[in-house]
Ligand binder design. Structure first.
Ligand SMILES: [Zn+2]
Length: 314
């Protein structure tokens, strides 16, 4: 059976979109360990491993470097989802091409459902003109911490014998994230206030900026050769010189030419700006590397940003 057909057959066989709370309430014990869990993005995989420990076996669908906004479930993925005791995904339409499927799967829990909607960023005109909320909530550690309870509660429902174990793991991980947040605040405080500016091409960092006092500026529009694009380059160059900013940040997927145009325009004004290191945005690094976990990915990003803004390259 090909993937598309399987997908359609599956959608038709499932009930209309269940309310998120309803799904949690309807989870049933599986009387079996390890609990078979399937996850989407790799920092949700890490989250579930932290809370589930040795009582779960987690299969992540999206590895390092995978763009969750564009990822489509393969036939093999659908099979894994159907065989899972429990599924965790980020939600808020981060998994843009899998939303329909995930919302209809009764055992699929969006970890971000634990975050009060009032604490989410609602960009004017919607996120990418489509969704009410910016989905990149993991960049605000205090919001991401709220997802721990969601995972603990769902695992406890499916595996009640592990309730105390999940609770202990959840508490330990929550403490770890509190330490991470303290680290971030300490690091950002080293940058002079007027230089706390994150210039990047990806629209992923609004929560980081809001939570930790970084002004976030996009490089959007710079990829065009239009007059507006040229004007943006000049305006951004003026801004960088005025604020004495030492680094702007890129991701490997972003064309370098417009960024190099900004660097050249800044140099023409007698100031030097570097292209800072690469940031992890929508996926943590490879398993087994320090950046392969949520905590490691955040620490890497913060070190890269702070060193760049202080004019030191890693
Ligand atoms: Zn994104």
């Amino acid at each position: 059976m090909n993937g598309r057909f399987l997908f359609m057959a599956l959608l038709l066989s499932l009930a209309p979109v269940a309310a998120a709370q309803g799904k949690m309430a309807q989870l049933q014990p599986v009387q079996q360990t390890p609990v078979r869990v399937v996850t989407t993005v790799n920092f949700v995989t890490d989250l579930v491993q932290q809370v589930g420990g040795s009582r779960v076996r987690v299969t992540g669908l999206m590895g390092a470097g995978v763009d969750p906004h564009l990822y489509k479930a393969s036939a093999g993925d659908v099979r894994k989802l159907l065989q899972a005791h429990l599924i965790f995904y980020a939600g808020l339409h981060l998994e843009g091409k899998m939303v329909e499927l995930l919302e209809r799967l009764p055992k699929a829990i969006a970890v971000t459902d634990a975050i009060p909607r009032g604490r989410l960023i609602q960009p004017a005109g919607g996120f990418q003109g489509q969704y009410a909320y910016d989905p990149h909530v993991w960049f605000d550690v205090s919001l991401w911490r709220l997802t721990i309870g969601q995972v603990r509660d769902a695992l406890s429902k499916v595996d009640p014998a592990g309730t105390a174990y999940y609770q202990a793991n959840a508490e330990a991980y929550s403490k770890r994230l509190a330490q991470l947040e303290a680290f971030i605040r300490r690091e950002i405080a080293r940058v002079p206030p007027q230089q706390r500016v994150l210039i990047t091409a990806h629209d992923a960092f609004a929560y980081l900026g809001r939570a930790y006092g970084l002004e976030v500026r996009g490089l959007q529009g710079l990829s065009t050769v239009s007059e507006a694009g040229t004007r943006n380059v000049q305006e951004l160059a003026d801004f960088i010189v005025q604020r004495k900013i030492h680094a702007i940040f890129v991701e490997s997927s972003v064309p370098r030419r417009p960024i190099e145009a900004v660097v050249a325009a800044v140099r023409a004004r007698g100031w030097n700006v570097a292209i800072g290191g690469e940031l992890f945005s929508d996926a943590a690094g490879s398993p087994g590397t320090p950046e392969g976990t949520y905590v490691g990915m955040m620490e890497h990003n913060i070190r890269t940003i702070v060193n760049g803004l202080l004019g030191r390259q890693l």
